[in-house]
Design a protein around this ligand. Structure first.
Ligand code: ZN
Length: 326
């Protein structure tokens, strides 16, 4: 019988490499969350000591995208302190991640000023992906004693994985990743639980996923196989990683307001991949609908652009992609 679903994917060595790398980053993420929370609470207390407490009227300050013009003296001072502790104070800062009126009371609203775009709705490190946590370490001077090149190497590895829309990584890449993650763990060995998690990470990198165990479910028909998939830890990891990858596409679209040809190509790669796997289509229904919505919307916008470009007398405004509400 032809292989399908999880079993087929798990028999593809490059897909397995993609999954292994992704699972290691999920493990790393879970051990960094508590550390980040503790360190950023300390950092927040240190900053709060330098800033006068809010008096009188409530703050109405709002930030948007990379812009923030403080409307009150307390937010102005918080902004100054956050910038003073930024490793890249002249670079892009995604102020829109933060609710400035909560800076005095909520440590995480301050932490988000050191994260990439798209974290406005996140309420704590446990809701963030590894890219957000690593960028925070890289961007905030509170962590300046760390070896930042090691951190940046892991950020690059994570980007390699999450920009691989056909979800394949070579064995060469995985071997390089293994060295880099080992160096990172040695550097952050003081983080509670990371030593133990490091052993697990090594296990994931060394293990061969037991695909033969799936045979019994495969021959027994779709229903039993699907119920296996829904409870399988491998399947849970896979779903989490694919959703993170899709999230990258959504953020790209929201930031640019449209899909470039490269984005469309990436969307197509994702759709091609998903179309070959009914089990994934089942559990990622909402994501597939969102992807198709974005694609349809952009195609109609491109058709309009093409039609208008033919008529040179008509000035053309780029049309924005409307993002679908959750
Ligand atoms: Zn304010």
């Amino acid at each position: 019988m032809a292989q399908s679903g999880l079993m087929q994917r798990m028999n593809n060595p490059e897909y397995k490499n993609w999954m292994r790398g992704g699972q290691c980053l999920l493990l790393l993420n879970s051990s960094l969350q508590g550390f980040i929370a503790a360190e950023m609470k300390t950092f927040h207390r240190q900053l709060a000591c330098k800033i006068p407490a809010r008096q009188g009227s409530r703050c109405q300050c709002r930030a948007k995208g990379k812009q923030f013009q403080p409307g009150c003296s307390v937010c102005a001072e918080w902004k100054r302190q956050i910038l003073d502790h930024h490793t890249n104070r002249n670079g892009e800062i995604h102020w829109g991640n933060c609710n400035p009126s909560h800076w005095t009371t909520n440590y995480f609203e301050v932490a988000k000023a050191y994260m990439p775009r798209g974290h406005a709705d996140k309420q704590g490190p446990h809701k963030c992906d590894i890219a957000a946590l690593l960028n925070l370490i890289n961007g905030c001077c509170h962590f300046r004693s760390s070896n930042l090149p090691n951190v940046r190497e892991i950020i690059k590895c994570r980007n390699d994985l999450m920009h691989s829309y056909d979800m394949k990584m070579s064995s060469f890449w995985l071997a390089d990743f293994r060295n880099k993650i080992q160096q990172f763990i040695s550097e952050f060995i003081h983080v509670p639980g990371l030593k133990e998690q490091g052993a697990l990470i090594q296990e994931v990198l060394s293990s061969d996923w037991a695909v033969e165990d799936l045979d019994q479910f495969e021959v027994d028909g779709a229903i039993r196989y699907q119920s296996y998939c829904l409870v399988s830890p491998v399947y849970g990891i896979e779903k989490q990683l694919i959703q993170e990858l899709l999230q990258e596409i959504y953020l790209q679209i929201e930031e640019q307001g449209t899909l470039s040809e490269k984005d469309l190509d990436n969307v197509q790669k994702m759709k091609n991949f998903l179309s070959g796997h009914k089990d994934l289509q089942l559990t990622l229904r909402a994501d597939i609908r969102r992807l198709e919505f974005l694609e349809r919307n952009t195609f109609s916008s491109l058709e309009l652009k093409g039609a208008m470009e033919q008529d040179e007398d008509v000035p053309m405004e780029p049309r924005k992609v409307v993002t679908m509400q959750e």
